[in-house]
Design a protein around this ligand. Structure first.
Ligand code: 5RP
Length: 221
């Protein structure tokens, strides 16, 4: 199966985690696009979706799915999103699509985070994928120096302005062995909007697309 077919497979499988009539948290990316398409094609009636990006909002609106603001809900039963990397504890690197801040906000509203990914995303240690960090432009150089001091090379993502009007640093060369401590530390550096390590908001479940079908990793057990 191609990577695209694996994404279609898990996008479809994620429907099993959506309760008809509920409000669904929806992430961003090519795998989530498959989920959105599957949701629309299924004909399942939902009360609406809280979206993590302009990209997903436009896709869902185009398919007739009602969009609600995060401020309109107090909690969501489920948040469906992809990942750039996920480890055996459900901790992820996210932000390849530059939507990490809104993704973390919507994930934080959800009781359950269902990660959908093809099997190439499962890694023993996070950091092979360049870590996205959304930053206030004024602080970018200062934050890059802090990463250099811990062995990371941070580069500004060219031509990228986030939905929040900020910039993305992509940090290479890190091996993130203690993701929760790393997330807590980097999150408090002045000028950091969001670090793309999702440890506090890690996945509850991962639906992993493999050549043998969907493998379900349950991190709550
Ligand atoms: C966007 C993300 C995506 O979930 C991540 O980049 C995976 O994307 P894709 O499903 O296209 O591989 O974090 O900010």
């Amino acid at each position: 199966m191609t990577q695209d077919e694996l994404k279609t497979l898990v996008g479809q499988a994620a429907l099993n985690y959506v309760t008809p009539g509920s409000i669904v948290g929806v992430g961003t990316g090519s795998t989530v696009d498959k989920f959105i398409d599957a949701l629309a094609a299924s004909g399942m009636a939902i009360a609406g979706a809280v979206s993590s990006s302009q990209r997903s909002t436009e896709r869902m609106r185009g398919l007739g799915i009602k969009i609600l603001e995060a401020a309109e809900v107090t909690s969501l039963p489920v948040y469906i999103d992809g990942a750039d990397e996920i480890d055996q504890a459900g901790t992820m690197i996210k932000g390849g699509g530059a939507a990490l801040t809104r993704e973390k906000i919507v994930a934080d509203l959800a009781e359950r985070f269902v990660c959908i990914a093809d099997e190439s995303k499962l890694v023993p240690v996070l950091g092979g994928f360049p870590l996205p960090v959304e930053v206030i432009p004024m602080a970018a150089a200062q934050i890059a120096r802090r990463f250099a001091a811990m062995g990371g090379q941070a580069t500004l993502r060219a031509g990228c302005v986030t939905d929040n009007g900020c910039q993305i640093l992509d940090v290479r060369g890190l091996q993130i062995r203690e993701p929760a401590a790393f997330e807590a530390e980097v999150s408090q550096w002045p000028g950091v909007v969001t670090v793309g390590v999702f440890a506090r908001n890690r996945a509850s479940v991962c639906l992993l697309g493999t050549a043998e079908g969907v493998r379900t990793l349950d991190f709550t057990a």
